[in-house]
Every structure is written in structure tokens, then in C-alpha cells.
Write a protein that binds this ligand. Structure first.
Ligand code: ZN
Length: 428
């Protein structure tokens, strides 16, 4: 883009006269994890022209006239990471319930831009946002795509869908005199007609995915974290309508019954999956349903449950009970061969800490290379962008990150991302 200025006009003229291609960026990678191969390679060069990787070359290629070299010879280079479960519009705190009454749409928008930058700086070049406030992440998705705001490529579910009193009913716990009775336009569904209307409303608003809260959840001000919260008919209506409009469905689920109904109805992913039984695992394998573990959110809520007054009294026992179980669920699901894609529920824990999930996955029995693949090639295929993203290969978009040292030996190095390139532009 700006290489003409750097080169000077005479050099540029000479380049064109010789019929040479435009100046490239050459990344010298001490170690390369390409997102797909089971082994890392050493001393490689990534050749990047504009926004695209044009070649992967053995050794450290010397730069031609006008080429720029990025020296990552002491680092491990890999594809941009993907987190398939984030909430960019907020970060949970002891004030979260009050915030719903005092924050305006613009407040959420500025917060989301700040958190998007933090996410990108942590090496995450793609995220799926599963539930936001005021469709902020749909607007943010557009602003990032045009380059107006730095951040990851966003797939957004807009407002999540729940039934009355369900996990995604944002008016749970409100005093009755507020008279809150949200309907499908606000994401609250009771019956098949509502379900269809709510999905169509998300389509109209520009959502890419549909997020449903299939069972109770930890952080909503309601008693149960596990009860099923849609009927079979409602699940089917949601999945079928979403499919008509080219969208897939992500289901938040802790309890077994709601999880089972969601999988049978054909959702694409189960989020959290805490009380996943062997029967549910078998159903997920049969239906090709992905598991998005969010172990980080489980650990975070378990820790915060120890602090007096941090959570409302209805929430605290759920956080203490459900939070610590997710690591065990992950370990069992991995062992059973359930397809797993990286996702953290960040926005519960702090934005920018997303990569802490890797160490938890390794603790749960997944080898480091597979954990990295779950956030690169596996996530790209899951999000249906595998043709362009998720692997360092010629022809793919230049979303490239680096960490110091060897994350295959110390997975916590994933938390020290030192270089971020997205679409050929260096952000860090
Ligand atoms: Zn979530």
C-alpha cells in the first residue's frame, strides 16, 4: 500500500521495467505451526503480498528489492487465533446487574471497541460473538471490516434467544413494577410462532448466527442453572427457521435434558456442556455437533464465588457448583472423541485473557498442538471460512501471530502473543 513512498519513484520504475512483482513482506519464522500439520517446522519464510500469503519457503529467504523482513527467528509463528464464544459488549463485574440500568447503547459501543482491540492484541483475529447488547457487535463487525476500528473479524449472533425467565432473559430479577415482559423482538420466545419470529428478527438485524440459551445458566438472576428452557417444538422451529435464512445455531447448555433436545434438533454447537452425559456425547458425535468448552469461564466463576457479595445470592451457589465441573466435562468429551472447537465465553473473564483457555485444555488432556488447531484450522472449518483462514498456506489470508519460545513445550506462552498481523496489516 505505502511501498511506493518507501521505495522512491526511481526504484519503483525500475521494478516495473524489470516486470517484477510488487514488494513483499517476508516473515522469518524460527518455528512454524501451520494450523494443520501435526508437527511444527523450523526456519521457514512466509511470503506475503498485500493481504495474502503467496508462498511458504524453506529457510530464511533474503529480501529482494523493496521487500520488508519481519524477524521472528526467535519466535513461534502460527495462524491468527479464533475464539468461538465471546461477548465483546461487556466484562462481568460485581456491578454488572446495576450496569443494565445505567449504561446506554453508546457506552456498550465504546466498551466493545476497546475490548475488540484487546482481543486482537491477544492474537485473536476472528471471534464469534454469542449474545450482545443492542446489536452493538453487528455494527462493530461492519466498522472493523471497513478498517475504521481495529479488531478481529466478527461473526455475531446479535441478541440471544431465551424463553420467559430463561438464562437470556435480561429482565430476570427485576422488580415487578418495571412491568418487563419482553417478546420475540427482544429475543424472548414462548411457542413456535415466537421462535420463528425471533429468528427472523435476528436475520433482519444482520446477525450471522443464532444463539439460544437451551438451559438455565450461571450468571442470570434465576434459581436453576440446569433446567431445560425450550420445548422440542421450539428448538425445531428455531433450527429450521435459522437454516432457511442461512444461519446456524449455538446453544448455551449446562443441564443434560436441554442439551439433548438441542443436539437432536440440530444445533451446530453446545456451549459449556457441563452435565454432558455419555448419551449426549454419542448424540453429538452422531450429529456432528461441536463442543465449545469455555473452561476459563467455569474456573473464573468458581473463583469469584468464593468472594462474599461478588455475585447476587441466587447466582453464587450456581457459580460454586457448576464452574469447577467444566474441566472434567472437557476431559471426558475429549476422551470420547466429541468434536471440540476453541471458545472461552470471554466477557465473563477479562478480554485479552482468552489464551488462558489453552493451558486448561492441556490440563484436561488435549495435546498442545491439538489445542492450537482447535483455535485455528478446526475453528476456521467450523465457522465455514476454512478456504481463506485458519491455516498458514499459500493463498490464505495473512492472519499471522507469534509467541516467544516454543508453546508446544510450554502452552502458557500462548498468553504472550508478541506479533499480530491481520489481512497483511501489522497491528502489534
Ligand atoms: Zn456466553
Amino acid at each position: 500500500m505505502n511501498f511506493a513512498i518507501k521505495l522512491g519513484l526511481s526504484t519503483l520504475a525500475a521494478l516495473f521495467a524489470a516486470g517484477t512483482a510488487s514488494a513483499d513482506t517476508l516473515i522469518h519464522a524460527g518455528r512454524l505451526i501451520d494450523g494443520e500439520s501435526s508437527r511444527a517446522s523450523t526456519k521457514m519464510t512466509l511470503r506475503i503480498d498485500g493481504s495474502v500469503i503467496t508462498a511458504i519457503e524453506d529457510g530464511f529467504t533474503a529480501p529482494g528489492d523493496g521487500d520488508t523482513v519481519v524477524d521472528l527467528s526467535e519466535s513461534t509463528v502460527m495462524p491468527g487465533l479464533m475464539d468461538t464464544h465471546v461477548h465483546l459488549t461487556g466484562e462481568y463485574s460485581a456491578n454488572s446487574n446495576l450496569n443494565r440500568f445505567v449504561l446506554n447503547e453508546a457506552d456498550y459501543a465504546f466498551d466493545a471497541a476497546k475490548y475488540a482491540k484487546r482481543t486482537l492484541d491477544a492474537g485473536f483475529t476472528v471471534v464469534r460473538n454469542l449474545g450482545d447488547a443492542f446489536n452493538v457487535t453487528i455494527a462493530l463487525r461492519k466498522a472493523i471490516a471497513t478498517g475504521d476500528v481495529p479488531g478481529p473479524l466478527i461473526f455475531s449472533a446479535g441478541t440471544s434467544l431465551a424463553s420467559t425467565g430463561g438464562h437470556g432473559d435480561r429482565t430476570n430479577g427485576w422488580a415487578a413494577h418495571f412491568g418487563a415482559d419482553p417478546g420475540p423482538k427482544q429475543g424472548i420466545v414462548n411457542g413456535v410462532e415466537d421462535a420463528r419470529k425471533a429468528v427472523r428478527q435476528r436475520y433482519k438485524e444482520g446477525a450471522d448466527w443464532i444463539k439460544i440459551t437451551a438451559t438455565g445458566g450461571v450468571l442470570s438472576v434465576a434459581k436453576s442453572g440446569q433446567n431445560p428452557q425450550f420445548t422440542d417444538e421450539e428448538f425445531r422451529a428455531i433450527v429450521e427457521t435459522a437454516s432457511d435464512y442461512g444461519m446456524r445455531v449455538a446453544a448455551h447448555a449446562h443441564g443434560t435434558e436441554g442439551m439433548k433436545r438441542a443436539v437432536i434438533a440440530g444445533v451446530a454447537s453446545i456451549e459449556h456442556g457441563t452435565y454432558m452425559t455419555e448419551e449426549v456425547m454419542d448424540l453429538m458425535k452422531k450429529h456432528g455437533t461441536y463442543y465449545v468448552p469455555t473452561i476459563l469461564a467455569g474456573n473464573w466463576t468458581a473463583e469469584k464465588a468464593k468472594i462474599d457479595g461478588f455475585f447476587p445470592e441466587l447466582v453464587r451457589p450456581k457459580a460454586a457448583e457448576i464452574g469447577p465441573l467444566i474441566l472434567g466435562t472437557f476431559a471426558a468429551a475429549y476422551k470420547a472423541g466429541v468434536p471440540i472447537v476453541f471458545g472461552t465465553d470471554t466477557g465473563v473473564s477479562a478480554h485479552g485473557d482468552n489464551a488462558q483457555e489453552f493451558a486448561l485444555m492441556v490440563e484436561g488432556g488435549m495435546p498442545p498442538m491439538e489445542a492450537i488447531q482447535s483455535a485455528t484450522s478446526v475453528a476456521a472449518d467450523f465457522l465455514e471460512i476454512g478456504d481463506t483462514h485458519g491455516r498458514l498456506q499459500a493463498g490464505k489470508q495473512a492472519d499471522v501471530i507469534a509467541v516467544p519460545g516454543n508453546p508446544l513445550e510450554d502452552i502458557t506462552l500462548m498468553e504472550q502473543v508478541s506479533f499480530v498481523m491481520k489481512g497483511g496489516t501489522i497491528y502489534k
